[in-house]
Design a protein around this ligand. Structure first.
Ligand code: ADP
Ligand code: MG
Length: 440
C-alpha cells in the first residue's frame, strides 16, 4: 500500500493503564502515544512486563485505559472493538469440535447460515495451509497446526485489525518459522480484508523479519522507548548485513534504556510540569565523548575526561547530560558508563548514527513540541520568532534563544527539522512531512 492513502486506524492518546487498587495499585503502562496506520504491520517489542499485552487488550477493547483514550478510526473505543481480533500464544480450540467446526463457530455470531459458514470455514482452512484436515480433531494436530486453526478462526470474522500476542512463542522453532512465513504470505499477498497487523513479540529477529515498523517498549512503568521503520524487502534474510545491523540497533535501544521517559526527558513547553532545559551541547561533542569512552573499558572516571578530551569541565558536563538524556550513558558515583545504545552509536556509520539519534531525539518533549507546531501549519513552516516568543513565556529571552538554537541543532542533525538562515524560518524536514502526516 502506498504511503499517501494511509489512514490512522488506531490512535492511543496519552494512554495510561493501572491495575489494582489502593496500595496494590500498579501502573502497567504510562502516557502512551501511538498511531497505527492502514497498510502497516507493526511489532511491539520489549522485555516481559513492559505492558505489551496490556496495550493489545486496550486496543481490542478487552480492558479500558485508566487515563487517556484509545481511538479506532477516530472514535473512542468503548467495550469490545468489533473491528479487531486477537490471536494468543496458544489458541483454545474446542476439543470436541472438528477443525472445520472450530473455525465455523466464529462465524455463528455473525448470523451467517450454516452452508455459508461451512464454505467460508473451508476456504480459510485452505488459506492457512490446513487443507485436508477439515474433519480432524484438535488432539490429532501438532501445536503448529492448532495455531494455524487458531489463525483461521481469528480471520473468519474478517477483522480490519489483526492483533497477535506472541503468536509463535508456544511453538517449536520449525513450526514457528513455517507459520511466520504463512502469515506473511497472507498479509503481503493481500488476500485478506485485514488493513493492519499489530504483533507483540519479545523476539527481535522475529519482529524485524515481519514488521514494517517496530515500537520498542521499556518497563517501570511501561512506555515507548524508540521506533524503527524496517524497509527491507521481503523475504528478509537474517544473515543479511542490513538485517544484522538492525538487530544490533534495536538490541541497543532495548538494553540502553533505563529511566522512565518523563523523568528522563521532562515535559514539553506549555505543558504542566517543568520544561526540561536541553543541555548546551552538540552531536560532534557527544560523538567525540562516546567514542573516547567506548575505546576504553566503557566505564570512565568523569574527572579525568575533561583533560583527556581537552575541554572545560562545564562543557563536558553538558555533553554528559546530553548523553544521559538520550540514553547513551549513565553517571554513577563519579563514573560515566556507556550504555549498549551509546556503544552502538559510537561504533555506527554516520547514517546509522543519524537514525539512532533521530529515534531518541524525536521523543524529547521540546523536539516534539517544535515538530507538532510545524505539522499543524500549512507548508509546515513557521518563523523562528514564533518559537522564541513561546519559549520566552517559560525562560528568560536569552535562555529561550539558546534553547531554541540547541533544539534546532539537534533536530537538523536528526533530519527532523530544517532551519532557513535567510528567512529565519523553521520547517519540517521533507522526510518527516511525508511520514508523519497521513493524507486523507
Ligand atoms: P507484557 O505483555 O509486556 O509482558 P503485560 O501487559 O502482561 O506485559 O503486563 C504489564 C504489567 O502489568 C506486568 O507487571 C504485569 O504483572 C501487570 N499486570 C498485567 N495484568 C495484570 C492484572 N490483571 N492485574 C495486575 N497486574 C497485571
Ligand atoms: Mg504479554
Amino acid at each position: 500500500m502506498s504511503a499517501n492513502n494511509r489512514e490512522i486506524l488506531v490512535r492511543l492518546d496519552h494512554v495510561t493503564r493501572a491495575y489494582g487498587q489502593g496500595e496494590r495499585r500498579f501502573i502497567a503502562v504510562k502516557d502512551i502515544n501511538l498511531e497505527i496506520y492502514t497498510g502497516e504491520f507493526v511489532a511491539l517489542l520489549g522485555p516481559s512486563g513492559c505492558g505489551k499485552s496490556t496495550l493489545l487488550r486496550m486496543i481490542t477493547g478487552l480492558i479500558a485505559p485508566t487515563e487517556g483514550t484509545v481511538y479506532y478510526r477516530g472514535r473512542p473505543v468503548t467495550g469490545v472493538n468489533p473491528y479487531a481480533t486477537m490471536v494468543f500464544q496458544s489458541f483454545a480450540l474446542y476439543p470436541w469440535l472438528t477443525v472445520r467446526d472450530n473455525v465455523a463457530l466464529a462465524l455463528e455470531a455473525r448470523g451467517e447460515p450454516p452452508v455459508v459458514r461451512r464454505e467460508r470455514a473451508e476456504k480459510l482452512i485452505d488459506l492457512v495451509g490446513m487443507d485436508g484436515f477439515e474433519s480432524a480433531y484438535p488432539r490429532e494436530l501438532s501445536g503448529g497446526m492448532r495455531q494455524k486453526v487458531g489463525f483461521a478462526r481469528a480471520l473468519a470474522v474478517e477483522p480490519e485489525l489483526l492483533c497477535l500476542d506472541e503468536p509463535f512463542s508456544a511453538l517449536d522453532v520449525l513450526s514457528a518459522e513455517a507459520l511466520r512465513g504463512e502469515l506473511l504470505e497472507l498479509w503481503t499477498g493481500g488476500q485478506l480484508p485485514i488493513r493492519a497487523v499489530l504483533m507483540v513479540s519479545h523476539n527481535i529477529e522475529e519482529a524485524i523479519s515481519m514488521a514494517d515498523r517496530i515500537v520498542v517498549m521499556g518497563t517501570q512503568p511501561g512506555h515507548i522507548v524508540a521506533e524503527f521503520s524496517i524497509d527491507l524487502p521481503h523475504p528478509r534474510q537474517r544473515k543479511d548485513l542490513a538485517f544484522e545491523a538492525l538487530v544490533d540497533r534495536i538490541y541497543g535501544a532495548i538494553a540502553g534504556h533505563t529511566e522512565p521517559e518523563a523523568k528522563e526527558v521532562g515535559t514539553a513547553p506549555g505543558a504542566p510540569g517543568p520544561t526540561r532545559i536541553l543541555p548546551a551541547s552538540s552531536v560532534p561533542a557527544l560523538a567525540g565523548m562516546l567514542e573516547h569512552i567506548n575505546q576504553g573499558k566503557g566505564r570512565h572516571d568523569l574527572y579525568k575526561l575533561d583533560d583527556e578530551l581537552g575541554i572545560e569541565m562545564d562543557a563536558l558536563l553538558q555533553t554528559v547530560e546530553m548523553a544521559e538524556m538520550l540514553g547513551f550513558a549513565q553517571v554513577e558515583s563519579g563514573d560515566i558508563q556507556i550504555t549498549p545504545l551509546g556503544q552502538t552509536f559510537a561504533e555506527a556509520s554516520i547514517l546509522t548514527r543519524k537514525e539512532i539519534f533521530a529515534s531518541r531525539v524525536r521523543r524529547l518533549p521540546m523536539i516534539q513540541w517544535l515538530m507538532n507546531m510545524l505539522k499543524a501549519v500549512p507548508e509546515h513552516t513557521l518563523p523562528w520568532k514564533v518559537f522564541h516568543a513561546a519559549l520566552s513565556l517559560e525562560f528568560p529571552p536569552d535562555l529561550a534563544e539558546r534553547q531554541l538554537d540547541i533544539a534546532i541543532g539537534w533536530g537538523r542533525y536528526a533530519e527532523l527539522i530544517d532551519y532557513d538562515d535567510r528567512g529565519e524560518t523553521l520547517s519540517l524536514d521533507p522526510s518527516q512531512g511525508r511520514v508523519a502526516e497521513p493524507v486523507r
